[in-house]
Structures are given as C-alpha cells and as structure tokens.
Design a protein around this ligand. Structure first.
Ligand SMILES: [Zn+2]
Length: 182
C-alpha cells in the first residue's frame, strides 16, 4: 500500500523541521497521530483513533513524489537517514515493527522463540532475535526456500507446517517448549 518507503526531501512549502534540509534522505514513520486522544496521550500512537497513514488516508510511496502533510512534519514522521542505502531505508519501518515486537516479549530474556511465517518480517524477527541473544529459534513456513533463508538467518530448527510441529518443537527445545512465539 506504499506505507514502507524512503525518499529524498526535494521541496518544501514551509520551514523544514530543525535538523532537516533539502537533499536529506529520510525514512518515513507512516502513521500520523493526532497527539490528543487517549491513546496518543498514553504513547500508543499506533492505535490513535484519529490517525492517518501514508498509503491509506494519505497517498503513499508507490509514486515518484509524496506530499508530506504539515501535521506529519510537526509529528516528526520523517527520520533523517543520510548514508543508508535507500532500499534499506525503505524497510526501516517493518524492521522497527519487528524490534518493537521483540521488546514486548522481552527477547533477550526469552531462551526459545518460535517464528511462524518466514516472509521478510519473519526473517527480520529471526535476525533481530539472534542479535538480541536468543539462542533457540524455531522457524515454521510451508516454503522450503524460505526455511533455507531462515536457517541462514539464525533459526536452529526449521519445520514445514505439515510436520508434527508441536512435538518436534518440544523435542528440540525440551521442557515446555518455546518461551514466546511470533
Ligand atoms: Zn491520537
């Protein structure tokens, strides 16, 4: 839907936020929060009742140029990432989602993690979990090719859903099985 993208700041109709200049490469936080509702006040801007998002209410990144509303500029939705490859900058948003998820399950403490689905986001979970020190990562996906990449990314056990998944996981991990799943 065009909510995961990066871009170069090429024009401004008003003053740019401090620290941002024309020519800067930016990654985009796609949700523009209202900053006033109960969710926003609690810091849960992702569930803001009045939120707008690039690729949804605001035209997204499947275009050569994207107009960034003033509300998004004020809310700090543009993050300067000069020096990062634009392709990498475009996936900072899903990477941040994976990181947030791992923080919620206290990943450094979890000893064993189950990742169901090894598309791009599942693979990000595996790589981040390894970086955070999770030793035992089990990956489940119907695609052998994706499981191969999952193993290269740090999964210690890879399974297709046809397998006797629960028993194989318990046999591999021991005890009660995984500490968390994603
Ligand atoms: Zn709000």
């Amino acid at each position: 839907m065009g909510h995961e993208f990066s871009g170069t700041v090429v024009q401004s109709n008003g003053p740019l936020p401090e620290g941002l200049e024309l020519g800067d490469l930016v990654a985009v936080y796609p949700i523009v929060p209202c900053g006033r509702c109960a969710a926003c006040v609690r810091g849960r801007e992702n569930i803001c009742r009045n939120r707008m998002a690039f690729g949804y209410q605001i035209p997204g990144g499947f275009a050569e140029y994207v107009h960034v509303p003033a509300a998004a500029m004020r809310a700090g939705n543009l993050v300067k990432v000069n020096g990062v490859h634009p392709n990498s900058a475009a996936v900072i948003e899903p990477l941040a989602c994976a990181y947030n998820g791992l923080k919620l399950i206290d990943a450094p403490v979890a000893k064993a993690l189950l990742v169901v689905g090894c598309g791009p986001l599942g693979l990000m979970h595996i790589r981040l979990a390894r970086a955070l020190g999770v030793e035992q990562i089990v990956a489940v996906d119907p695609s052998e090719q994706r499981l191969k990449v999952a193993a290269e990314s740090g999964a210690r056990l890879t399974l297709t859903p046809e397998a006797n998944t629960a028993r194989e996981i318990r046999d591999f991990i021991g005890g009660d099985g995984v500490d968390a799943w994603w």
